[in-house]
Structures are given as structure tokens and as C-alpha cells.
Design a protein. Structure first.
Length: 255
């Protein structure tokens, strides 16, 4: 009887090393702070990390084995602009599998959460694709996702603020125009009243004319104040120093 032995120590060591690498790979995928998932060459999901699960509300168990486009995007995810997104994903995947550069694809969707969670806000991800290689060649696509939800909200808020600012500026410009239109004839009225004071009128008429002149001046000052406020809001205010007669001011207030 002949016994043939084979030393499998090296083979066991290689198998153990592969298992350690696989475990480390799974740990890195799971704990990555950015959303990451992997599909095979046929677009079926083989990896789905915890961050991706948190953002989408779809667990790794539910995601793995699903077709990225025909199952997840088409059925399980509430994707906005679904037809356009599916087309772009197919184009991106084809280019990536061919080892050609592909631009990112925006994936906008409503996360899937339990009904008890209440209303949820839309999420926007930029999906960047990279070719996955092995000794056999191209085996799939690795996706890195960038959560741009907050950035888009910030950009939208800035755009809305710009619209409001433009509307306020237009209102101030219109207000300035109206004040100028009021002040010009008002200056003419003040001039005519001052001419009346130089005419031959009795004391009672003079008091009435002086009172009218003072009221017209007050009205012009109100118009000037409105103009100053609009200039302040537009950042075009000019400060000036004017002298006034406090006795005359008090007499006007008493009358």
C-alpha cells in the first residue's frame, strides 16, 4: 500500500489571508463615512455600506442581489426624474465598464423610512463611478456617492435671497423716483409762497401764508427723510450738517 501525502499548510495560510483581507474589506466598506456601493458587470449590487443604507432607508440585506437600475431605481426607490436618471446611469455604467471616463450622475430621491417616522425630505447624491478590477479583468463598478442635499438647499436659499434683494432694490428705486416727483413741484409751491410773503398783505394773511409755508417745508422734510432712508438701505447715504433755529421750530410746533 502506497500513501501519498500533500502539504496543505501553505494553501491554508493563503486561504486564511484571503479571509482576513475579505473581512477587512467588508469592515472598511461598512464603516466608511461616505456612501459606497458596488455592482457586478451585470449591474447587480454586491456591496452596500451602512452609510448608503442610512441615506436611502434600504438595508444591505434588501439591496444586495438587486439590479441597480431595474430593481432599486425603478421600483424600490422613490426617484425623482426617474426616466432621465435611468438613462444617465446606463450610460455611466457602460463607459465605466469600458474603462472610459464618465461624469457623475445625480440621484435625487425620497428616502424609504417607516411610516411612524413621518415626513422626510428629499436627498440628492452625486454618484461617481470607478472600474472594479480583478485578475480576470473588469468585474464591475464601484460607486462613491456625495451627499449634496445641504449644498443644494444652501444654493436655493441664496438664489431666493437674491430674488428678494433684487425686489427690495426695485421698490427702493421706485420710492426714490416717486419722492423726487413729489419734491420737485413742492419746491415750486414753497417758492410761490415765499413770493407771497413779499407782497402787500395784512398781518392776518401773513400769518396764514407763513403757516402754509412752514407746513410745506415740513412735508418736504418728510419726503427728504424717506429719500434718506431709501439711500441708507441702498448703501448710498450722504451725511450733511445743517443749522436750524430752535426758537422758530418751537413756535411752529405751538402754532
Amino acid at each position: 500500500m502506497t500513501f501519498v501525502g500533500q502539504d496543505v499548510t501553505a494553501a491554508k495560510k493563503i486561504l486564511q489571508d484571503c479571509q482576513l483581507v475579505a473581512a477587512e474589506h467588508e469592515k472598511i466598506m461598512s464603516q466608511a463615512g461616505i456612501p459606497v456601493f458596488i455592482v457586478d458587470a451585470a449591474s447587480y449590487i454586491v456591496e452596500w455600506n451602512d452609510t448608503m443604507a442610512e441615506l436611502t432607508g434600504i438595508t444591505k440585506r434588501d439591496a444586495v442581489g438587486q439590479h441597480l437600475i431595474d430593481d432599486l431605481v425603478s421600483i424600490h426607490m422613490n426617484v425623482q426624474n426617474r426616466p432621465e436618471t435611468k438613462t444617465k446611469l446606463r450610460e455611466q455604467m457602460a463607459l465605466t465598464l469600458a474603462s472610459k471616463p464618465a461624469s457623475y450622475v445625480e440621484l435625487a430621491f425620497i428616502p424609504r423610512v417607516p411610516a411612524a417616522e413621518g415626513k422626510v425630505e428629499p436627498v440628492s447624491l452625486f454618484l461617481y463611478a470607478g472600474t472594479r478590477w480583478s485578475d480576470e479583468g473588469v468585474t464591475g463598478v464601484v460607486y462613491l456617492a456625495q451627499d449634496v442635499t445641504r449644498r443644494q438647499e444652501t444654493e436655493q436659499l441664496k438664489a431666493e435671497e437674491a430674488v428678494v434683494e433684487a425686489a427690495n432694490k426695485a421698490k427702493l428705486e421706485q420710492l426714490q423716483f416717486l419722492c423726487h416727483e413729489i419734491r420737485n413741484p413742492l419746491n415750486g409751491i414753497l417758492g410761490n409762497i415765499s413770493f407771497m410773503l413779499d407782497t402787500d398783505i395784512d398781518e392776518e394773511q401773513a400769518l396764514l401764508v407763513e403757516g402754509t409755508y412752514d407746513r410745506a417745508k415740513q412735508l418736504r422734510e418728510v419726503v427728504d427723510d424717506v429719500l434718506d432712508i431709501s439711500k441708507i438701505n441702498m448703501g448710498a447715504v450722504e451725511l450733511e450738517s445743517l443749522s436750524f433755529n430752535i426758537t422758530s421750530l418751537i413756535d411752529t410746533m405751538i402754532r
